[in-house]
Design a protein around this ligand. Structure first.
Ligand code: IMP
Ligand code: MG
Length: 179
């Protein structure tokens, strides 16, 4: 990866670190209010969740365990359409209030599939929280219970979101445009 190209492809910041932190605190209160002291299992969808999930885990005050899943559905900026589970959770979900933490809902395919799989395991409850939502891009019917930001149809990077593996560590969310 060429350094100039790397920097120039970060077109513009669309959501600042401060804006994200404000919304994270609100999302933490949303989860706290739903569960009211009952323990939750926070399930992150790797790799995109890793920054957001760490924030959400620290924003809630209910007792919280964490677990990870991984699904593959994307190549470059094109949605491949197929969702494959790469990493699964090995616990009995019937004992847990499950809260999914996702980076972005785009076509909706990934979360629709993962939510179906987890629901079939009869968790005590299932709540889906996503950092970003691109409703214009939806091809399957799926709605998060809570979306911190709704964004237009742009390809975005940062705060866990990547382009070909890079930019996940940017502390803000930016529009990507390859240079
Ligand atoms: P889906 O299309 O809703 O199944 O989203 C699948 C995955 O595509 C997300 O979890 C992200 O990893 C990735 N994705 C979708 N839109 C973007 C984007 O704008 N930037 C980076 N990754 C994205
Ligand atoms: Mg993802």
């Amino acid at each position: 990866m060429d350094k100039d190209k790397y920097i120039k492809s970060i077109k513009r910041v669309i959501i600042s670190q401060e804006e994200i932190q404000t919304k994270i605190a609100e999302a933490g209160r949303y989860i706290d209010n739903i569960y009211d002291g009952r323990p939750i299992l926070l399930v992150g969808i790797l790799n995109g969740c890793f920054v957001f999930m760490a924030d959400i885990a620290r924003a809630v005050t209910v007792p919280c365990e964490i677990a990870f899943m991984s699904a593959k559905s994307y190549v470059g900026t094109e949605s491949a359409g197929e969702v494959q589970i790469i990493l699964d959770i090995d616990r009995d979900l019937s004992q847990y209030h499950v809260v999914i933490a996702e980076d972005i809902i785009d076509t909706g395919r990934t979360l629709k599939k993962i939510a179906e799989i987890l629901k079939n395991r009869n968790p005590l409850s299932l709540t889906v929280v996503t950092l970003l939502d691109k409703p214009d891009r939806r091809v399957v019917d799926f709605k998060a219970d809570y979306a911190l930001f709704k964004i237009p149809d742009l390809f975005v990077i940062g705060y866990g979101l990547d382009y070909n593996g890079y930019y996940r560590n940017l502390p803000y969310i930016a529009e990507f445009q390859e240079k």
